[in-house]
Design a protein around this ligand. Sequence first.
Ligand code: GDD
Length: 372
Amino acid sequence: MHAQYEITVIIPTFNEEVNIANIIEAVNSILSANNICGEILVIDDESRDKTIRIVQDLTLKFNNLKIIVRHADHGLSQSAVEGFKQANSDIFLVIDADFSHPPVLIPRFYDEIKKGADIVIGSRYTRGGGVKQWPLKRRVLSLGATGMGRILFPGITDPVSGFFALRKEVISGAQLHPRGYKILMEVLGKGRWKSVFEIPFTFTDRQHGESKLTSCIISDYVKQILIITEYSLTSRNNQVWNEWKKIIKFGFVGLSGVLVNIGFLYLFTEYMGLYYIIASIVAIEISILSNFLLNDCWTFKLKDEVDSYTQNRFQRFFSFQCVSIIGLIINIGILYFLTDFFGIYYLVSNLIGIFIVFFWNYLINRHVTWKL
Ligand code: GDD
């Protein structure tokens, strides 16, 4: 059967009476200015204000507009999934009602999908993107959420964006059960896709109404990360599993480096009589070298189908060396900062430092040293 529209713009709403008419008008005029035959689906979760009435009235003016009011299992992500089910096209785009996401970019999303991308993401964290008017707390939370998501989906800078488009095939047959706000994570984790394209945009905090982001939604997010990780490890979604295998191997190599370091420190000090600070510097260097070789030949070993890394082995060693030394400095900085400024017990501060530096080392090495 032929799809009725070229794109379906899904707008989840809850109490958006001040924004909804404007966003519908804006989306419609952008679609028609670009000759895109699109439908607009408003998915509402029983708003208590006039949102539903306003949209119903507008359906008389726009025959490509439809509203679906959900009466159970309320939530932004669940509403997006309902939108996917009800869509009459093969391309879906999700956008907030409150102009946090600029509707003028819709034609670019559409074009990129037409050019071949499976998923197109509006990213706040790629070059050219950003956030405006966010309080510090929200920035920190958002960076934490995107950081966790990036470990699962390396190469994607904003895996928790609420502004994205996808082809229908990506999710056909997938069992989507998202909670909270992070519908895109669910799509990335359970969908079938090969190519993702990111479009930078500046997230502008809403001028009218309130964000519905609560601490409950944040805990839902952490649960969702765990569910998607488990799903990815037990399903055919090899991309995520391969990444976790690399992280685990990188961890083992790091542990082996600690043993090498202690062994050589002992040898140089006890048997060769070297001053312990000098012995320690040499032992650190040897452990960096052994870590590098193990990572190069094991953790990041090239598969047959991949050509080569952008840097040769010497350059990779130099890069690994720099990352390791900066990592050491960060570790000492965190140890000092947490212990002296926050009064945290120094062994605990050290553990936190090791944990953070482990991911720092992994991510930078993965994307710089062993860049394909
Ligand atoms: N149907 C439905 N049900 N819609 C909802 C619900 C709900 O329970 N909660 C919020 N919405 C709608 C709002 O009406 C708005 O259109 C959109 O979802 C975003 O809601 P906000 O509450 O303003 O979101 P935010 O600005 O805090 O969060 C934004 O940034 C996140 C990334 O930091 C959104 O874009 C999220 O999608 C995004 O993940």
